[in-house]
Design a protein around this ligand. Structure first.
Ligand code: AMP
Ligand code: MG
Length: 362
């Protein structure tokens, strides 16, 4: 695929009170069919006018994203739903009132004017209202819904800093609004309202437990692409979020997991071969004797911190030039499910499951 070169302009914007001038400029770029990367609370998005099929095609070209992978449409507020959806189930408005602005994407029947490029030919459209002042100001100024996937080339790690976007997409997009690091760090939860109860197509920033509490019933969970050949949601391919290094994900009781990672790091370390470990902060003492690059991403008791630093941790290990990344799991409670999902994809299914092994300290 050949990609047209563009001059990429970067603007610093205050994440809480964005200066109107760069927002206005970025909005005119969107209205003219251009591409603007902007911060949301989850990760940076790469936006185009969702109602302009040519502009949307530009997103796929810049990202080298296959056309079968649909985009999420971002709205400034819930009233925007009328423009992109039809025959709304009452539950959609209840979920929107409770979770928006926020990292919950709803899959709903699409309105005819949404181009098929946005939805990959599907009769449904994925929509959300992001909880970020820069994103909301931009969508409002553009006066149109904004289709925006994560602002990275297809299959690579999602960007949580403007620098990640620049490294991956400079020369391919028109504007980057730099609003600093993103708060949530993993993408939105994608929830389909076409089933009853609704189905989580992709775990993300809103936990399964929070949805269950609101719905009064546990949402269904689409079989993870790691254990099924059928993709639950288009685009949830097994190899995704992939650093250059080969990633292996360790799951199991903490001491078993850490012992296995330690042994493997020792085995792999050789002259000229650097090993990276993606861990919790409290794991560092148990691994400190290794001559490996240790990248703690937060405490296992604060999964919001782990989610926030997860992609930056993978980026940092790539930057350090490690050949292999051994990553630990953080369970499936709360944000743990989304963290496991992203790490499983980064590992392209190379998961070492130690769940059945006994904890040596028990
Ligand atoms: P990204 O914004 O790059 O994280 O990708 C958006 C993801 O949202 C896609 O990869 C799909 O998994 C999901 N998605 C978007 N639109 C739909 C839809 N109409 N039906 C089901 N899933 C969707
Ligand atoms: Mg993505």
């Amino acid at each position: 695929m050949t990609v047209a070169m563009r001059e990429t302009r970067v603007f610093q914007v205050d994440p809480q009170h964005p200066d109107p001038a760069p927002i206005r400029y970025a909005a005119t770029v969107l209205q003219a069919g251009g591409l603007v990367a902007f911060p949301t609370e989850t990760v940076y998005g790469l936006g185009a006018n969702a109602l302009d099929a040519r502009a949307v095609a530009g997103i796929f070209a810049a990202k080298e994203r296959p056309f079968y992978d649909p985009l999420i449409v971002h709205l400034a507020d819930v009233t925007g739903l009328a423009q992109v959806t039809q025959s709304l189930p009452p539950l959609a408005l209840e979920l929107a009132a409770h979770f928006w602005p926020g990292p919950l994407t709803l899959v709903l029947p699409k309105a005819p004017q949404v181009p098929t490029e946005v939805t990959a030919g599907s009769a449904t459209v994925a929509v959300r209202v992001p909880a970020h002042p820069v994103a909301l100001a931009l969508i409002a100024a553009a006066q149109t819904p904004i289709a925006a996937p994560s602002a990275n080339r297809f299959g690579r790690i999602s960007p949580t800093h403007a620098q990640h976007v620049f490294t991956d997409l400079a020369g391919r997009i028109d504007v980057i609004l730099d609003g600093g690091p993103t708060r949530v760090g993993v993408e939105s939860t994608v929830l389909s309202l076409l089933t009853s109860p609704p189905t989580i197509l992709r775990p993300g920033g809103i936990s399964r437990e929070a949805l269950a509490q609101f719905l009064g019933v546990a949402p269904l969970l689409a079989a993870s692409a790691s254990v099924s050949t059928a993709l639950p949601s288009p685009g949830t391919t097994l190899q995704h979020y992939a650093p250059r290094a080969r990633v292996f994900l360790y799951c199991g009781p903490r001491p078993v997991m850490l012992a296995a990672m330690h042994a493997e790091a020792v085995r792999l370390t050789a002259p000229g071969v650097r090993v990276g470990l993606l861990t919790a902060i409290e794991d560092v003492p148990a691994l400190a004797d290794l001559s490996a690059v240790i990248q703690p991403v937060g405490s296992e008791d604060a999964l919001d911190e782990v989610a926030r630093h997860l992609f930056a941790g993978l980026h940092a290990l790539d930057q350090a030039g490690v050949a292999v990344i051994l990553a630990r799991d953080f369970g499936t409670a709360g944000l743990g499910l989304a963290i496991r999902d992203r790490l499983t994809r980064a590992a392209a299914g190379r998961v070492i499951d130690l769940e059945m092994q006994k904890d040596p300290e028990e």
